[in-house]
Ligand binder design. Structure first.
Ligand SMILES: Nc1ncnc2c1ncn2[C@@H]1O[C@H](COP(=O)(O)OP(=O)(O)OP(=O)(O)O)[C@@H](O)[C@H]1O
Ligand SMILES: [Mg+2]
Length: 346
């Protein structure tokens, strides 16, 4: 069953326009801790073009969710932010940071879709899940209530939920965690948004369901030119879905480039470590390469110089532990490492 009957028409309509591009530039976020300001993000810049998927990867606490929440204008109160976040297409440029709550609500569902890391935060506990999914369509006047209800059930079916007609009538607490996650994905996708931000969307799901959902994201990107920012700690999933990847560490992008290049020949020692500690590798290889020692520094406890240097076996005293490290272009990607030139030329 195809819950997206408008896809084909929308695809040809889109093909005649230039699609939406998300551009994030010099995003800085700080929080107050013990009356001091601590940096959570230190100048994050990236873009995601129409039809493209950019993956954000990195260990827990490196700033992936906070980046996605800032793009959606949903940062927690008390955090301060600077930088630009804009969605541009043939129809003009929307400054996502400057939107009022009412303006943002108007864009949600149709132009912007967000899958949150915590499913319960975006589900209404008192409303049947089918109605919650259908609401995006009725709110934007896309179709009648009856048609919206039919498409909501079809979308649940596409999410791999058995007996979707009955499940659509359930309240969120009557479903399992994995089902709730899929309801949230259905809510974000049913309006066929121009920009999808998916924060660990498939983490709680079985691999077969995960594959179905990745397929749906791919279809919408290809057919409708959706731009996708996909957050995951799972490099196998990222390899499957992304065109490009941005590796984050301690609130900064440390390496970014085409997915195949970064995964096949990583340049930053942190990316090399992340790939080496992937569970998919054989036990023997994992034992040899092992996980990266140490942990991501807490915001406010960032070391001088390269934030990764205390965990890096290639760090050079007097070089890597002083000053800021800029992103530099190497071999088709941007890398934040002072020693990468030596290693690439060696
Ligand atoms: N509202 C907030 N106030 C203060 N600090 C925050 C706030 N939200 C997040 N942080 C801090 O910002 C850092 C980045 O958090 P974020 O949630 O973006 O991590 P993440 O990369 O998404 O991690 P995970 O993989 O565990 O989801 C963490 O150190 C976190 O404690
Ligand atoms: Mg997160």
């Amino acid at each position: 069953m195809n819950p997206l009957p408008a896809l084909a028409a929308a695809a040809s309509e889109k093909a005649t326009q230039s699609g939406p591009t998300l551009a994030v530039s010099d995003l800085r976020i700080s929080a107050k801790r013990d009356r001091k300001s601590v940096e959570l993000l230190r100048g994050v810049s990236f873009h995601v073009a129409s039809g493209e998927t950019l993956a954000l990867v990195g260990e827990s606490g490196c700033g992936k969710s906070i980046t996605s929440l800032a793009v959606m204008g949903l940062l927690a109160p008390g955090l301060s932010m600077s930088g630009e976040v804009a969605l541009t297409d043939a129809g003009g440029r929307i400054d996502l940071v400057a939107l009022s709550a009412a303006e943002r609500r108007k864009l949600c569902g149709r132009r912007l879709g967000m899958i949150f890391q915590e499913p319960m935060t975006s589900l209404n506990p008192m409303q049947r899940v089918g109605d919650q999914i259908a609401e995006t369509l009725t709110t934007h006047g896309i179709c009648s209530r009856q048609e919206a209800a039919r498409r909501a059930v079809a979308m649940l079916d596409r999410m791999g939920i058995a007996d979707p007609g009955r499940r659509a009538l359930a309240l969120p607490h009557e479903l399992s965690g994995g089902m709730r996650q899929r309801v949230m994905i259905a809510m974000a996708m049913i309006g066929e948004p121009d920009l999808l931000i998916a924060d660990e969307p498939t983490t709680a799901l079985d691999v077969t369901v995960q594959a179905q959902i990745l397929e749906l994201i791919r279809d919408l990107s290809r057919e409708r030119g959706m731009a996708t920012l996909f957050i995951s700690h799972d490099l196998a999933v990222v390899a499957d879905i992304a065109d490009r990847v941005a590796v984050m560490y301690a609130g900064e992008i440390v390496e970014t480039g085409p997915i195949d290049q970064v995964l096949d020949a990583p340049l930053h020692p942190y990316t090399i470590g992340l790939i080496a500690s992937r569970p998919a590798l054989s036990t023997e290889r994992r034992a040899r390469l092992s996980a990266i020692f140490g942990a991501v520094p807490e915001p406010g406890r960032r070391p001088q110089g390269c934030a990764f240097h205390p965990r890096c076996s290639l760090a050079k005293p007097g070089l890597c532990d002083v000053g800021d490290v800029p992103l530099k272009r190497f071999d088709g990607r941007d890398v934040r490492c002072l020693r990468v030139g030596e290693r690439v030329q060696a």
